[in-house]
Ligand binder design. Structure first.
Ligand SMILES: Nc1nc2c(ncn2[C@@H]2O[C@H](COP(=O)(O)OP(=O)(O)OP(=O)(O)O)[C@@H](O)[C@H]2O)c(=O)[nH]1
Ligand SMILES: [Mg+2]
Length: 370
């Protein structure tokens, strides 16, 4: 996969653009692709035909033949007809952001549930795209105005996909039911112990799984790449003698997450929806952390989990200061005054403070329910 990246910008600054460029490159690398170059166009709304303007599309075609690229990747979501038009013009594969993210997810999934969720997202994404392809196929065989063999073929495929979608949805309902049972069992209090559900949320690659490991000692899959975690995992831990804490690690979020994916991941994001407290993990060494916090808040809103008691956890402090005491010199916490702690999951800094913050929130919750 040798790709040219395509961006449509409206009011983004150069710096923001650079950030988006890096992120998309990272996603292309995650599927083993190589980036040969990129183009961008500033315009306020996408062109219905090619997403970018016709002139820019022509320019893209020249770049493709000049560089020997075999695909283009748009940093946005394209309509099925835009994909068909672009492929016809450019004669190479056209991927959008959803294709890319879905591809990464499909390569990384391990558990049966996550596989079902990704498959559902993929099929939901593919279904409307079959129409454009049908027209193309028909042009080869049928006459104008008749339903050519291509269209019939597409219709058969479409029905098969719809059936498969229904089947997966049913299986996921069963998964949901089982997970609920499992949660009920886990959440049963023992004598006087309270059970408090804490979910780790945050942008991808900020260190959620690392923090989970630091807090619970449980080995998790930690990688310097987007979407290392695709399975929601819960660990029980007595962080305090009288409170059993259930900590859940979740899939990371990203700017412009394909809507099909959020929808299909809802089965495993129920742990987020049911959490008593959210730990919103932030990478303090990332200059764009605030923007990413907003993306995460947006997705939490879609999950109706945006009003939960939240502790913001600035992680990776070791990347910005050299000793634990210097944490107090950092200025980022001022943005989230009183609602955050600074930690390093890697070196174990600030975990005591984090536990204290969790304890306080638990007490607030207990107070509220009295
Ligand atoms: N220096 C430093 N690196 C960290 C720290 N916490 C995590 N990392 C690194 O950051 C990268 C991502 O960590 P993960 O724990 O996999 O991040 P995640 O948020 O679970 O990522 P996804 O599951 O992919 O969304 C890994 O290379 C970690 O080693 C930290 O406190 N300090
Ligand atoms: Mg993870």
């Amino acid at each position: 996969m040798k790709a040219i990246l395509v961006f449509l910008l409206s009011s983004e600054t150069k710096e923001e653009f650079r950030e988006y460029l890096e992120e998309l490159k990272e996603l292309v690398r995650a599927v083993g692709g190589k980036v040969l170059g990129y183009i961008y166009q500033r315009r306020h709304s996408p062109d219905p035909r090619y997403y970018i303007g016709a002139g820019k599309a022509q320019e893209l075609k020249e770049i493709i033949s000049g560089t020997g690229a075999d695909c283009v990747v748009f940093d946005s979501f394209l309509s099925p007809s835009q994909v068909a038009n672009l492929e016809e013009l450019l004669k190479v594969k056209v991927f959008d952001r959803a294709d890319l993210v879905l591809e990464i997810f499909s390569r990384r999934v391990r558990s049966k549930t996550a596989k079902l969720q990704v498959e559902l997202a993929r099929l939901t994404h593919e279904l409307p795209r079959l129409y454009g392809r049908g027209k193309e196929l028909s042009r080869l065989g049928g006459k104008v105005g008749t339903r050519g063999p291509g269209e019939q073929e597409v219709e058969i495929k479409r029905r098969a996909i719809k059936r498969k979608i229904e089947q997966i949805k049913k299986e996921l309902e069963e998964v949901k039911r089982q997970r609920r049972e499992q949660r009920k069992r886990r959440e049963r209090p023992l004598g006087d112990t309270k059970v408090v559900k804490v979910a780790l949320v945050g942008y991808t690659n900020v260190g959620k799984s690392s923090l989970m490991q630091a807090l619970t000692g449980r080995e998790t899959y930690i990688q310097d790449m987007p979407f290392a975690t695709l399975d929601t995992k819960t660990s029980a831990k007595f962080l305090f003698p009288d409170i059993k804490i259930l900590i859940t690690d979740t899939v990371g979020f990203i700017r412009k997450l394909p809507p099909e994916l959020i929808e299909s991941f809802k089965a495993t994001l129920e742990e987020v929806q049911e959490a008593d407290i959210l730990l919103h993990v932030i990478d303090i060494s990332d200059p764009k952390w605030l923007e990413k916090v907003k993306v995460v808040q947006g997705i939490l809103k879609e999950l109706s989990a945006d009003d939960k008691p939240t502790i913001y956890v600035f992680n990776k402090a070791d990347k910005v200061v050299s000793k634990e005491e210097d944490i107090k010199l950092l200025t980022e916490p001022a943005f989230l005054e009183g609602r955050c702690v600074v930690v390093s999951s890697k070196l174990g800094w600030g975990l005591g403070e984090l536990l204290k913050a969790i304890r306080e929130k638990v007490e607030e919750l207990a107070g509220a329910s009295l």
